[in-house]
Design a protein around this ligand. Structure first.
Ligand SMILES: C[C@H](O)[C@H](O)[C@H]1CNC2=NC(N)=NC(=O)C2=N1
Length: 183
């Protein structure tokens, strides 16, 4: 193995199967070794005055309802959001303006490779998540800052995460790599 190959392997990039590379246009655009994308995005918080209404909308069951950004087609976004929430394991965040999900992996490299996959698409679409990487899992949060609220972009990127996680071999929570000695 050449040193350069080894270096790329360490990044978890050239070990990606062809199916993954061809499913993600951003990777094809960038070639075999995409420019490293930031793992964590900086979340800019809009001034509180932009949040209308100020308090989260809650249903009788105490579940937060989705709060779509101004200009979004709620009739179209509503069902798409419900599909993510009810069938894909996503949850609304505390104020209902974002969606969040934790993906589990059997290795740290797979978790980091998943992050790179999402980061590449984020750069291409100019829409960036907040991601927290752990040894065998990645927390992903999508929201739109301007206009503030949930948008079609968040839903599309959440779907992209689900597809990427499938391709990367995401596992059930109990099967993910955990830190520390085995029980
Ligand atoms: C100018 C630039 O495209 C915008 O600031 C983008 C950047 N990335 C973003 N990412 C997310 N998640 N929400 C946004 O509103 C957003 N805005």
């Amino acid at each position: 193995m050449r040193i350069s190959d080894h270096g790329a392997d360490i990044l978890g990039l050239i070990t990606l199967p062809h199916t993954i590379m061809s499913s993600f246009p951003a990777f094809r655009l960038c070639g075999r070794l995409p420019r490293p994308a930031p793992i964590l995005s900086v979340t800019r918080t809009a001034p509180l005055t932009r949040l209308t209404p100020l308090s989260p909308v809650r249903m009788a069951s105490n579940t937060v309802e989705p709060r779509f950004a101004e200009g979004e087609d709620a009739a179209q976004l509503g069902p798409d959001t419900q599909t993510l929430l009810q069938r894909q394991g996503w949850a609304l965040d505390a104020d209902g303006m974002g969606v969040t999900k934790t993906f589990h992996f059997k290795s740290y490299f797979k978790a980091v490779s998943f992050v790179n996959l999402i980061a590449a698409e984020s750069s291409a679409k100019k829409h960036h998540p907040t991601m927290t990487v752990r040894i065998g899992s990645v927390d992903v949060h999508w929201t739109t800052h301007r206009p503030r609220g949930l948008t079609q972009k968040d839903i599309a990127m959440a779907r992209h995460c689900d597809n990427g996680a499938d391709l990367m071999g995401a596992v059930d929570p109990g099967q993910g790599l955990k830190c520390g000695p085995k029980p």
